[in-house]
Every structure is written in structure tokens, then in C-alpha cells.
Ligand binder design. Structure first.
Ligand code: GDP
Ligand code: GDP
Length: 438
């Protein structure tokens, strides 16, 4: 279910962005109907030999003086240790091994996180290998030579990265408890919500032992059932640079969302939906997670009988790419509607994993087609032959058609709405894949 996360860390100018772009290539997933999500390449989905993972570039604003470089590398390493399944430690054969590399290598080794030591700018694998061996001194195993520019050695490097995936993923797969990511911008009330929930539901097992990353998970029991809350507020960065704080907050959000079944996006009722909210919502939307929008601090605003409707309209407009999201008005402070939050989480998780029968689906499809003609182009009309649900989390449907060129997103949305009218699927996105059958 959850895709592994691979973080790239390294000194300025070793070639992190170049490597990131080479790996992301065409595979950066561009969700066209997600406005407000800027494609600053902090993270990207990579597919290597049918293994998928999310890659993050921890390098933010790159400092120039030596002591600042060390500080920045420590921050990168910390965030990578906290959020990643595997770390790519990128170095530069031309710069050689420098002191900061040793310090960061020690940090990573102590953390026990799987790491792949990669030596970049090895533009000639014959003449330059002698310089690569120097990197054995870091004590992180075999250095893998690559050239990000000329895309040399990337396959071997990815093979090495993927080797580290299996155990962790299998372990998480076994944990059947609902995983709920609490996301939202700073000060929206994430910590307050977790505190209130732990306070009111008394039986708490906090801080699951194990990896560093799990230290930000909180298990809360409600009505006899355990929920794992993944809190992105958790550890606060010490960084003083605004861009870096923002970058780290996005990385932490990606990592939390990746591990969740359902995402609770908190929005500040006092501020309304901001650009940052839309950006965070976009991360969850792209990953196909169950979605609940919780408008928090509802206690703190002046209300009349129209306030809730007005607010709902505003949220729906600004987050128009996720009309399926459930919406709730809560107060982490007073506890207003928190029991309802649990009910909604349960319902969304169920919908996210719901399977529906092929027979009923095809009845809906043929009725839909009869009611509204499919689009046509130059005298040819889209034909929809057959629909079937192929997977869950999120529910994904394959529709067999005559010609992909004839499809149109508005007609897909129409079909989606017809399906939702029958089955609801509230709180979960639905994915549609077209296959041609001539
Ligand atoms: P970052 O600061 O770590 O993100 O590094 P960049 O990706 O911006 O690369 C820094 C410089 O190294 C750029 O001028 C790249 O063109 C160059 N570079 C990256 N990869 C290679 C490589 O494989 N070989 C050579 N010779 N130069 C490279
Ligand atoms: P985080 O950064 O998202 O973890 O936000 P915090 O939980 O630290 O909350 C930020 C501020 O908002 C604190 O001063 C909280 O007391 C306040 N706050 C959080 N939830 C509520 C709420 O439901 N109502 C009101 N009035 N204030 C809240």
C-alpha cells in the first residue's frame, strides 16, 4: 500500500538536482487538475523495474561557507533519517571525501537507516575508478559510481536502493489498524488535536518502539478500536531559513501521507483556505488517499446560521480538485465534533477499500451512456464497452473503449458521478484507466 521513500542528501553542487531530474524524468506525475500545487521538484514518483517509490530531494537553500554547509547537511540528514526508508548519500568524485562527509556518515550510521553511498561525476568508469575507492573510508559500504549528467550507473544504483525496500514494507502491510495522517500548515492545531484525542480517549500507547520515524506515531483507542495517528507537527525544525522550513514541512507531509489510509487536512477557520492548504491537499490528492477536511478553531469565530454554508462553499471552490473530500467543522480546543471525526475516519477508510461488482457497474455504465451521449470527434464517437473495478485504495476502474483520443475528462467525471450516486464512495478519490479494444 504505502510506497517507500528515498531521500537524496549531499553537499551543495554534488549533483543532487541533476540526479533527481534524471530519475524523475518523464515520470514526475503531473495531476493536471490540481491547481496550487507548484512543481518545485521536492518530491517525485519513480518507477524502476515495476518497483515504485517516492523520491525526495532534501537539499534546500544551499549555503556557501563551510560551517553553514555542515549545518545544512546535518539538517538534511536529520529529515532524511526521520522520513525516508532508504537514504542516497551523494558525494562528488571531484571534491573527494571532505570532513563534513565523515560527520554526516556517522550520523547516518548511528541511525541504522539503510544508506546507499553514491559517488557522482564519475564521467569515465575506466579512468576515474581509483578516485572512487577513497570513499570506502566513510565506512558506509561500497561506493556506487554514477554520472548524473550522462546517466551512467543509475541502473546499478537503483538496484542497490531497491534491495533495501522489502522488510519494512512487508511489516507495515501487516499493521491493519487505520493509519491517519494529520496534516496542515503550522499553527493550524495539529498538536492540539492529537493532545485532545489522547486526553479524551485515555488508553494511549504513544511512541511505538522501533525506528526513529515511528516516534511521531501515536496510537489512540476509541470505542475499543486502535488508530495510528501520524502527526506531521512532531519534531520542529531548527532551521531559520523560511524556504527550508517550508521544504521540510512538505517532505514530512509527503512521508506522513504516504503511510496513511486517510488524511485529515486541518484548515484554520480564522484564515480560510490558503495557498499552502491547497498545496498540502494536492499532495494527498495525488497519492489517492482517503480525505477529510477538518476546519479547526470553529469555536473561535463569530457565527450566524449562514457561516457554515459560506465556509463550505469557499473550501469547495478553492479545493475544487477534491470534491469527494468529507468535510467537518471541529475544535481541537473544546473537543467539538471529535467523536464525529472518528466516525468519518471509519467511513472513509471503508469507502477507500470498497469493491463493487462488475454487473452493477456495467448497468450503471450503459444507463449513463443512454442518458448522455459520449463525446465525438470528426464523426467518430467514443464507445464504452465494459467497466470493471481492478483495485482498491483508492478504488480503481478500468473502462474498455474504442479510442483513447476520444475520451474527455468531463465525460469521465460524469461517469464517476453516476457511480457515486449509487455507491457513495464518500471521502475517497476514484481512479479511472482507459483501455482500447478495437
Ligand atoms: P546540487 O547542488 O547538489 O543540486 O547539484 P546540481 O545538480 O545543481 O549540480 C551541480 C553541478 O554539477 C552542475 O553544474 C551540474 O551540471 C554538475 N554535474 C551534475 N552531475 C554531473 C556529472 O555526472 N558529471 C559532471 N561532470 N558534472 C555534473
Ligand atoms: P500545530 O502547529 O498545527 O501543531 O498547531 P498547535 O496545535 O500548536 O496550535 C497552534 C495554536 O492554535 C495554539 O495556540 C492553540 O492553542 C491554538 N488552537 C489549536 N486548536 C484550536 C481550536 O480548536 N480553537 C482555538 N481557539 N484555538 C486553537
Amino acid at each position: 500500500m504505502s510506497k517507500p521513500i528515498v531521500a537524496i542528501i549531499g553537499r551543495p553542487n554534488v549533483g543532487k538536482s541533476t540526479l533527481f531530474n534524471a530519475l524523475a524524468g518523464q515520470q514526475i506525475s503531473i495531476v493536471k487538475d490540481t491547481p496550487g500545487v507548484t512543481r518545485d521538484r521536492i518530491y517525485a514518483d519513480v518507477n524502476w523495474l515495476n518497483t515504485q517509490f517516492t523520491m525526495i530531494d532534501t537539499g534546500g537553500i544551499e549555503p556557501s561557507t563551510n560551517d553553514l554547509i555542515l549545518k545544512s547537511m546535518r539538517e538534511q540528514a536529520e529529515i532524511a533519517i526521520e522520513t525516508a526508508d532508504v537514504i542516497i548519500f551523494l558525494t562528488d568524485v571531484r571534491q573527494g571525501v571532505v570532513d563534513a562527509d565523515f560527520q554526516v556518515a556517522n550520523m547516518i550510521r548511528r541511525s541504522g537507516k539503510p544508506v546507499v553511498l553514491v559517488v557522482n561525476k564519475v564521467d569515465n568508469f575506466k579512468t576515474m575508478m581509483a578516485d572512487v575507492y577513497e570513499f570506502y573510508n566513510l565506512g558506509l559500504g561500497d561506493p556506487m559510481p554514477i554520472s548524473g549528467n550522462s546517466k551512467l550507473g543509475l541502473g546499478d544504483m537503483l538496484d542497490e536502493v531497491i534491495k533495501h525496500f522489502k522488510p519494512g514494507t512487508a511489516e507495515e502491510e501487516e499493521d491493519e489498524r487505520p493509519h491517519v495522517a494529520i496534516v496542515g500548515k503550522p499553527n493550524v492545531g495539529k498538536s492540539s488535536l492529537i493532545n485532545k484525542l489522547t486526553g479524551e480517549n485515555r488508553v494511549i500507547v504513544s511512541n511505538i518502539a522501533g525506528t526513529t520515524r515511528d516516534a511521531i506515531d501515536t496510537v489512540i483507542k476509541h470505542n475499543g478500536k486502535e488508530y495510528v495517528f501520524i502527526d506531521t507537527a512532531g519534531l520542529r525544525r531548527k532551521s531559520k531559513i523560511k524556504e527550508d522550513i517550508e521544504r521540510y514541512s512538505i517532505i514530512r507531509t509527503v512521508s506522513a501521507v504516504e503511510r496513511a489510509n486517510v488524511v485529515v487536512l486541518m484548515i484554520d477557520a480564522k484564515e480560510g483556505v490558503t495557498e499552502q492548504d491547497a498545496k498540502i491537499a494536492g499532495i494527498a490528492h495525488e497519492r489517492g488517499k482517503g480525505m477529510i477536511i477538518a476546519v479547526n478553531k470553529w469555536d473561535a469565530i463569530e457565527k450566524d446560521d449562514k457561516t457554515m454554508n459560506k465556509f463550505t462553499k469557499d473550501v469547495r471552490e478553492k479545493l475544487a480538485f477534491m470534491p469527494y473530500a468529507e468535510m467537518l467543522f471541529i475544535s481541537a480546543e473544546t473537543g467539538q465534533r471529535l467523536p464525529k471525526l472518528f466516525d468519518t475516519i471509519d467511513a472513509v477508510i471503508e469507502n477507500h477499500a470498497m469493491r463493487v461488482g462488475t454487473g452493477v457497474l456495467n448497468e450503471i455504465l450503459s444507463e449513463a451512456v443512454a442518458m448522455k451521449q459520449p463525446p465525438s470527434d470528426k464523426g467518430r464517437r467514443l464507445r464504452l464497452y465494459y467497466i470493471t473495478q481492478v483495485s482498491v485504495k483508492p478504488p480503481t476502474f478500468v473502462i474498455f473503449i474504442n479510442d483513447k483520443e476520444l475520451t474527455h475528462f468531463s465525460y469521465t467525471r460524469y461517469i464517476e458521478n453516476q457511480i457515486r450516486e449509487t455507491f457513495g464512495f464518500r471521502g475517497t478519490p476514484l481512479h479511472f484507466i482507459y483501455r482500447e479494444r478495437k
